[in-house]
Design a protein around this ligand. Structure first.
Ligand SMILES: CC(C)CCC[C@@H](C)[C@H]1CC[C@H]2[C@@H]3CC=C4C[C@@H](O)CC[C@]4(C)[C@H]3CC[C@]12C
Length: 289
């Protein structure tokens, strides 16, 4: 039973989402979400929700218990909040797993990308880089100012926040531009995004989600993010710089050769990081790196 519930909590990937699409009738869906939320809350309150030991739980320590945090929220908001938290937990599990990683790319500037094939044959990518900004600055640029990302990142056409749940959870709609010399057409994404802080680290979690007011759009291929995360950690000797770890876990959908997709995804990470560095250099023009 516990196993099944944990699978449900963390399995924000396809089977769960597909069945959500099947539950589109609002009433049914709401009932399912409410039951799902109650089950987690119940398990957490009984201390049965087994979380891996390395996951810092301080973000829940600082805030009130889940029941109080969610008491004033609508079912839908509770769903997004829990989905965001679960995405982060699941993505951290992937990123911190020790086996199966293979070096995919090592850039001259020290950035590295590892890849790993998950069960179900999904290839995920883990980029590790050092950035010239503190975790707080990156939290601001990448999370609170998410709608401005397209201004400095040409791979993204636009990002819109469709819903906020408190300060740390939101539902976003992203539209990418054509990639790989136009071989990969525009994609759109609908994600829940969640952020949490633990001491000096900042975490972002995200996963594909569903929203009645934004079903897949005609003319767009809706890509699906599996649980993904970003970890920002200050360097020990230079707290104004951060170690940036980004798990890209994405099904870009459409009819594309897997070999093309597996090249485009790490390249998208390299490009994103390049543009992020340029953006940071405009903030601190005196110490470019
Ligand atoms: C290969 C093709 C189809 C996809 C390329 C576009 C990719 C690189 C784009 C599309 C949407 C983008 C994401 C949109 C929003 C966020 C949230 C932010 O807090 C960190 C960056 C992050 C996670 C972006 C990373 C880059 C991203 C994943």
């Amino acid at each position: 039973m516990l196993r099944a519930v944990l699978k449900l909590c963390c399995g924000i990937t396809y089977p769960h989402l597909r069945s959500m699409a099947g539950l589109q009738r609002a009433g049914l869906r709401r009932a399912a979400l409410a039951a799902f939320g109650q089950e987690i809350t119940h398990l957490q309150s009984r201390g049965q929700m087994v979380l891996p030991a390395w996951i810092p739980l301080r973000w829940t320590e600082k805030t009130e218990p889940v029941e109080q945090r969610t008491a004033a929220l609508a079912d839908e908001d509770v769903f997004y909040l829990k989905q965001g938290e679960a995405a982060l937990i699941e993505a951290l599990k992937i990123v911190e797993s020790e086996d199966g990683w293979k070096l995919e790319m090592a850039e001259k500037n020290g950035d590295v990308i590892y890849s790993k094939v998950l069960t179900g044959n999904r290839k995920v990518f883990r980029l590790e880089a050092e950035l010239n900004a503190s975790p707080e600055e990156l939290h601001d640029i990448l999370f609170f100012r998410i709608e401005e990302i397209h201004e400095w990142n040409p791979s993204i056409k636009r990002i819109k926040v469709l819903k906020h749940v408190g300060r740390n959870t939101m539902v976003t709609h992203e539209v990418s531009v054509e990639m790989a010399g136009n071989l990969i057409g525009q994609r759109d994404f609908l994600n829940v995004r969640y952020s949490s802080k633990s001491e000096s680290r900042v975490y972002f979690g995200g996963a594909a989600t569903w929203m009645e007011s934004l079903p897949p759009q005609p003319g767009f291929v809706r890509a699906e993010d599996g649980p993904t995360c970003i970890i920002l950690q200050p360097l020990q000797d230079r707290p104004d710089r951060s170690r940036f770890i980004w798990l890209l876990n994405m099904d870009i959908r459409g009819w594309l050769p897997q070999s093309l997709v597996n090249k485009a995804l790490p390249q998208a990470q390299v490009d994103f990081t390049k543009h992020l560095r340029r953006r940071l250099a405009t903030q601190h023009p005196e110490n470019k790196s």
